[in-house]
Design a binder for this molecule. Structure first.
Ligand code: BDP
Length: 610
């Protein structure tokens, strides 16, 4: 799915800003057709942002159901003869869009864009009423799943098995954009190189044409000099003296696809392309054929007041902090991030593990929190409905992000139940689907701590082993000596079982900023630093370890619970992005590693005995 752009054949109007805003406490909006008239409200809400923390009102923050956004939009007069579209970069978790009285789009899945061709419902030069209803409900079939209970006095309550607050609303930009009648509908670029010669295999999908049009593709380097050209909807561009996209040293070409009818330009679309390869081979993870060692974090789109709303300034701040701390990568835990984030990573050489929103597919977790351990892969649990939505989530993610050079691994789920009967039947088709949609990138899922190598059933279905481990926190709390032994033993078992590259995708303790202890007590800043240092000693001893991503980049908001104090405190930065002492220790280690295990001499020193 192409991100809209403005160029010589296309225009865009950004629809961010203030919207009329109404909370549908009585679930009356659809029945009463609120889209047919100005909303009866005095509330306004900024877009993009989560609405939850913007109003000092518990009822709004805890609301389970629909909220409504509305504004007037004028279609530029100059768009006569063009196709007109409205696009929402996301509506969390379900959006319905009306143009005046007409429903033009419906989409479920809170972290993916969707659009509608509204040409037949609008008039260039005239204004229309844009109304959007957004539902924040999570059910057993949604991705991520959740469940709703209704109290005796009629209040709807949402619960879910993931550890981040269920922020909702229009988290990303809203656009009005034009396309010509004949369009470039999709572009797929797959890159490779042999010595100094680079290749971009491309496929251009067109729409609205008669078949008589011609497609041309050109590639310009970063200075705007054309370096390659080809004709036809499918083909290969060859680049002499190619400059590769590398971690920490991004280089982007611009691929422009044009549709011509005779001498007339009908449509044009430009896609930045980074030439690079990725491969999981043996115990190594290779980028451009060279071993790569991931350093960085699992992150969250999470900020004070705006929640999961995208903010370019906050994004730049987060990326500059990643750079400061020496991180070369991150995981989009636990959902796809805004497209601006992916583009920024492309431009700045940051490596991304791109994750679907499939988090919480583990109904046995209930027992850990004192509840009942339910079976996961049963009807009404993680079942065929979940699988259908999971397929949609994977398909949309690959369609949106397939051309980003920064993306090197698809993570199709975080901590699903990987040891119960039914897990293989559930995940095998999804792993196959992902490979079929994108044969060029390694595929993985993130393994939960209880699913040790003797129990888990999935590792052979994937190219990389991604592990979240909390020895020294949820287990062996305060006892880093034992934790170190248990961790190393387990990592060696994984290595022996699969011989695949392994990444620690989560490790870290909750840490209260300002709490100190000479005894390295849990929750102290000293404990966080000692905990991370212990894990690093172990990683350096296990050959198959190809990466470390600390949980978490920053403290983040969660639902209420006795294990959380105003959210999860495992951040290396606080929620307002101040460093805890561990940040300085990581900075030292990661700047020295610079993406190569055990330092810059590129040799992997392995100690076989603990
Ligand atoms: C892991 C989850 C992550 C949590 C983390 C934690 O993947 O989302 O925030 O644990 O408990 O199980 O901090």
């Amino acid at each position: 799915m192409l991100k809209p752009q403005a160029n010589e054949t296309r225009e865009m109007v950004n629809l961010d800003g203030l919207y009329r805003f109404q909370v549908d406490f009585d679930r009356a909006g659809h029945r009463q057709e609120w889209f047919k008239a100005p909303l009866e409200t005095c509330l306004e809400m900024g877009v993009p942002a989560s609405y939850n923390d913007v109003f000092p009102d518990k009822a709004i923050r805890d609301h389970v159901g629909y909220v409504w956004y509305q504004r007037e939009v004028r279609v530029p007069r100059s768009w006569a003869g063009e196709r007109v579209h409205v696009r929402l970069d996301s509506a969390t978790h379900e959006g319905m869009v009306w143009v005046n009285d007409v429903l033009v789009a419906e989409h479920t899945g809170g972290y993916m864009p969707f659009s509608a061709d509204i040409t037949d419902h609008v008039t260039p030069g005239q204004a229309f009423r844009l109304t959007i209803s957004v539902n924040n409900e999570l059910t057993q079939a949604t991705i991520p799943p959740g469940s709703i209970t209704v109290t005796e006095d009629g209040r709807r309550q949402q619960s879910y098995l993931h550890d981040f607050y269920n922020y909702a609303g229009l988290h990303r930009s809203v656009w009005l954009y034009s396309t010509p009648a004949v369009t470039v509908d999709d572009v797929t670029a797959v890159t490779g190189f042999d010595g100094a010669t680079g290749t971009v295999d491309y496929t251009i999908a067109t729409a609205g044409g008669s078949g008589s049009e011609t497609v041309t593709v050109s590639l310009k380097d970063a200075d705007g000099v054309e370096v390659s050209r080809a004709e036809g909807a499918e083909g290969a561009l060859v680049i002499n003296d190619v400059v590769l996209w590398k971690p920490g040293a991004a280089y982007l070409y611009n691929l422009t696809a044009e549709i011509h009818d005779g001498g007339r330009l009908l449509d044009s679309y430009t896609l930045p392309v980074g030439v690079r390869t990725v491969e999981a081979r043996g115990k190594e993870f290779l980028i451009n054929g060279e071993p790569f060692y991931f350093t960085g974090f699992g992150m969250h789109e999470d900020h004070v007041a705006i929640g999961k709303g995208h903010s370019n300034a906050q994004m730049v701040n987060d990326f500059r902090l990643l750079d400061w701390v020496g991180a070369n990568s991150f995981r989009t835990s636990h959902y796809p991030y805004a497209e601006e984030v992916m583009e920024f990573a492309d431009r700045h050489g940051i490596v991304v593990i791109d994750e679907t929103a499939a988090v919480g597919l583990h109904l046995g977790f209930g027992a850990v929190f004192g509840g009942i351990a339910k079976k996961t892969y049963v009807d009404g649990g993680v079942d065929a409905n979940t699988a259908a939505n999971h397929r949609q989530a994977i398909t949309e993610l690959v369609a949106r992000d397939k051309n980003h050079p920064s993306v090197v691994i698809w993570s199709i789920a975080n901590e699903p139940n990987g040891s119960e009967e039914g897990a293989r039947e559930y995940f095998q088709p999804l792993a196959e689907l992902t490979r079929q949609l994108d044969p060029t990138r390694p595929v993985g899922y993130v393994n939960v701590m209880f699913d040790t190598p003797d129990k888990e059933l999935l590792g052979d279905l994937f190219d990389v082993i991604m592990l979240n481990r909390y020895y020294g926190w949820y287990l062996n709390n305060g006892d880093l000596e034992t934790a170190e032994q248990v961790l190393e033993k387990e990592l060696r078992e994984w290595e022996a079982k699969y011989g695949k590259p392994m990444i620690m995708t989560e490790y870290g303790p909750d840490t209260m900023p300002g709490f100190h202890s000479i005894y390295e007590q849990p929750w102290s800043e000293e404990y966080q630093a000692a905990f991370l240092a212990m894990y690093h000693r172990v990683f350096d001893r296990v050959e198959a370890m190809v990466g470390e991503q600390v949980w978490n980049f920053a403290d983040f908001q969660t639902s209420n619970g006795i294990m959380r104090v105003d959210g999860n405190k495992k951040g290396v930065f606080t929620r307002d992005r101040r460093p805890k002492p561990a940040a300085f220790a990581l900075r030292q280690r990661w700047t020295a590693l610079a993406g190569v295990k055990n330092g810059s001499d590129k040799t992997i020193a392995v100690t076989t005995t603990p």
